[in-house]
Design a protein around this ligand. Structure first.
Ligand SMILES: [Zn+2]
Length: 198
């Protein structure tokens, strides 16, 4: 009960679902009237919220819900710009988290290391495969992860994953069980929700 008091709830302007504000996307209008994503919940001014869900965001735009809730009939909302802005911010957060996890020694990267780690029960939280992984290697990792009942997420390309790790390219990495891995997994789910799919 007391915990609830310290965590302000907000309502999705689209489906009216109430949730802890950290679970929702915040938007504000710029001085020129453009609606932008405030991913860190830090921008000043009146904010409005939606779920991290492609359909909620789309519906809010279609129903002119941003203009109503921001009390600004002139606001300019472009659905593609909005989704793209949100996608870029989550992506940045994911890549930063991967970098933090690497520094904390919580990342296994490269197919050999990931395949051998998958054989150790309780070692890994989840596996990330790049979308441009070589098919043979990808299949091997997918099979091994399925056998170990470890979730596997396919996203980004090997250059992007490599960059997050301070390497040139990486097509396979895995997060070791840790609170940071949970946070990262959460952001990856959000990314998936916003994109509709990977
Ligand atoms: Zn919603």
């Amino acid at each position: 009960m007391t915990k609830q008091k310290h965590r302000p709830e907000r309502t999705c302007v689209s489906c009216r679902r109430s949730a802890d504000q950290d679970q929702l996307v915040r938007y504000v209008a710029t001085p020129t009237g453009q609606v932008v994503v405030d991913y860190q919940h830090k921008l000043p001014g009146r904010g409005t919220y939606t779920c991290f869900d492609h359909s909620c965001i789309t519906r809010a735009v279609q129903r002119r819900a941003f203009a109503r809730s921001l009390k600004n009939a002139q606001v300019d909302v472009n659905i593609d710009t909005l989704i793209e802005g949100l996608r870029d911010q989550i992506r940045l957060r994911i890549l930063n988290l991967i970098g933090m996890a690497r520094k904390a020694g919580l990342v296994a990267s490269g197919s050999q290391l990931v395949l051998s780690s998958l054989k150790k029960p309780g070692e890994l939280s989840f596996v990330v495969l790049s979308c441009d992984i070589t098919q043979g290697v990808g299949d091997k990792v997918r099979q091994q992860a399925a056998r170990a009942c470890i979730p596997l997420i396919e996203c980004f390309d090997k250059a992007t994953l490599g960059h997050a790790l301070g390497l040139s390219e990486r097509s396979v990495l895995a997060l070791k069980e840790s609170p940071l891995a949970q946070t990262l997994n959460h952001e990856l789910q959000r990314y998936r929700d916003v994109m509709g799919e990977f």
